[in-house]
Write a protein that binds this ligand. Structure first.
Ligand code: PEP
Ligand code: MG
Length: 316
């Protein structure tokens, strides 16, 4: 059965009629690269750099230490895209030297880009290390900020990238509903969007992602979440820019087809999921994916959305 699910799973991500949807890997550092390469990842769609900071939560790793780690990941995908997310500290990933200890609601507190704008030297060091790591490599480096809430956040991040002399595309993660609703204005400041559906679900449903009892509300098939994905993807399409997904949603093969149908331009996931998503995507045309997406958005529940998409894609 595993074999059948993987039939035809090699090469780039594409629908059966040839619409390309690059399949990228989520990595936490150089140690995750071999699995990404083995799975045929077309690049990295989310490099969670906070893992480099977790060894010593008393201070940031030096510019040279960061440079070495970034360089190893970039060198593994000489012709591909590597999307690096700057440090996402706070909430479920607190760092002693950066995260306020006394926040009543850490998930709604100073985290992600908010932390970096309060500590511009940490962001500048990271961006300089990235700029140096990419020097002389043909790789397409893209750098994105976590927890962008509005246009001012996006502009502050883009300014920091320019000041660091970074020759890369600058992007914003969409993981707060405000960013999805006003994606058009955020796109005036940055060159791409990447949907972090884990946090986007958390903030859309006011459901802490660490509370297992709220799993129903964290389900990425929730039609409200699909609506926000569609809004961001449509704004990016209108602006001629890309909009990927790098949250857990991308690793569900059926949902991956729906996301492609919503207009998402790339999918990034844990490497182990890539072959399954590639095989599923290859079974359907882009038009079928669009119809599945429409049916899912017309449902009133996550289960209803899943069943509706399944029906469209199996009934043809
Ligand atoms: C997300 O929120 O969906 C995401 C990709 O980031 P993280 O899971 O690291 O918060
Ligand atoms: Mg997130």
């Amino acid at each position: 059965e595993r074999k059948a699910a993987l039939a035809g799973s090699s090469g780039p991500g594409r629908t059966s009629d040839g619409h390309l949807v690059p399949l990228l890997a989520n990595v936490g550092g150089p140690a995750d690269v071999p699995a990404a390469v083995a799975a045929g990842a077309e690049g990295v769609g989310l490099f969670r750099t906070e893992f480099l900071f977790l060894d010593d939560s008393a201070k940031a790793p030096s510019e040279d230490t960061q440079l070495a780690a970034y360089r190893q990941v970039l060198e593994a995908f000489p012709e591909g895209r590597v999307v690096v997310r700057v440090l996402d500290a706070g909430a479920d990933k607190p760092l002693d030297f950066l995260t306020p200890a006394d926040e009543p609601n850490p998930a709604l507190g100073v985290r992600g880009l908010r932390t970096l704008l309060d500590h511009p030297e940490v962001l500048a060091t990271q961006l300089r290390a990235l700029a140096r790591a990419a020097e002389g490599l043909p790789v397409h480096l893209e750098v994105m900020a976590p927890m962008v809430a509005d246009r001012a956040d996006a502009r502050a991040f883009a300014d920091a990238c320019r000041e660091a002399g970074l020759h890369a595309k600058f992007g914003a993660m969409v993981e707060i509903p405000s960013a999805a609703l006003r994606a058009r204005s955020i796109l005036a400041e940055v060159e791409f969007l990447s949907l972090g559906t884990n946090d986007l679900a958390q903030y859309t449903f006011a459901a802490d992602r660490q509370v297992g009892a709220l799993a129903r509300l964290q389900d990425p098939w929730q039609p409200a979440l699909l609506d926000l994905v569609a809004a961001a993807a449509e704004a990016a399409r209108a602006a001629g820019k890309s909009c990927g997904v790098c949250g857990e949603a991308a690793s569900d093969p059926l949902l991956a087809c729906v996301l492609a149908g919503l207009g998402v331009t790339s999918l990034s996931m844990g490497s182990a999921s890539i072959p399954y998503v590639r095989a599923m995507l290859a079974k359907f045309t882009l038009d079928q994916c669009r119809r599945a997406a429409e049916a899912a958005r017309a449902a009133d529940s996550a289960e209803g959305a899943r069943a509706a998409a399944q029906q469209v894609l199996s009934g043809e």
